[in-house]
Design a protein around this ligand. Structure first.
Ligand SMILES: Cc1cc2nc3c(=O)[nH]c(=O)nc-3n(C[C@H](O)[C@H](O)[C@H](O)COP(=O)(O)O)c2cc1C
Length: 212
């Protein structure tokens, strides 16, 4: 018998943000999605993440902050472009920001950030399992100090992602997946770590990564 969960995981795929429309998850489904998003490995039990839900009018309201932030960081931008930036959250009926919030303690910042990534992915999987399409985006506003400030976030907070959720009008074609022989090493003393995914992008350029 085929394992349905394995089939789901093998075939899951993000949806284009432009393909997401109503309906979004209802209140009960949203609570279930967030419960699952909060059920991720978390070294130290710090719960080093939290969620901000944008739905209904809130998606347009936050547009004022997006607009202000874009204008502040990109002087001389034409008003039409600012309008467009202000409409980003209107692309889907629901957007959930996952924010990594670093707690004081013996477990590292890195591990806390990884846990926030896991929360983003669990959130997507939970919504996908209910039949909704998702797209995990950061775009410029995840890294905008002005937007972060306008949203009342502080230096312990980082946007791990904005998960756009809705009903997908189309399924995206699959994309190429990595060749396991390039990224997996069965280590032994005689066999060093050789398969580091060479060829999948240049290493060492641009680090530390932006926003890190
Ligand atoms: C942390 C993170 C940030 C991302 N930000 C963007 C973004 O700003 N713009 C974009 O086009 N894709 C972004 N992506 C990629 C999309 O989520 C993309 O749909 C996804 O990688 C497709 O993967 P899948 O085919 O496995 O679903 C981001 C992915 C991650 C993990």
């Amino acid at each position: 018998m085929q394992n349905a969960l394995l089939e789901f995981l093998k075939s899951r795929r993000s949806s284009k943000v432009t393909s997401l429309s109503e309906p979004a998850p209802n209140a009960e489904q949203l609570a279930e999605i967030l419960t699952i998003a909060a059920r991720v490995p978390d070294h130290g039990k710090y719960h080093p993440w939290y969620f901000i839900v944008f739905e209904g009018d809130a998606r347009a309201e936050v547009g004022a902050h997006l607009r202000t932030a874009y204008a502040a960081e990109n002087p001389d931008t034409a008003p039409a472009k600012l309008d467009l930036e202000g409409e980003r959250f209107l692309r889907a009926p629901m957007v959930i920001a996952v924010v990594s919030r670093i707690r004081e303690g013996k477990n590292s910042e890195w591990e806390q950030i990884l846990s926030a990534g896991a929360a983003c992915y669990n959130l997507c999987l939970a919504a996908n399992a209910m039949g909704y399409g998702t797209n995990w985006l950061t775009e410029w506003y995840a890294y905008s100090p002005t937007f972060k400030n306008l949203m009342g976030l502080d230096e312990q907070d980082r946007f791990a992602g904005f998960i756009y959720i809705g009903t997908a009008s189309e399924k995206q074609e699959d994309r190429e997946r990595p060749d396991l022989t390039k990224i997996v090493t069965h280590w032994s003393e005689k066999s060093p770590v050789l398969n580091k995914g060479e060829g999948y992008g240049q290493v060492g350029k641009g680090f530390p990564a932006k926003g890190f």
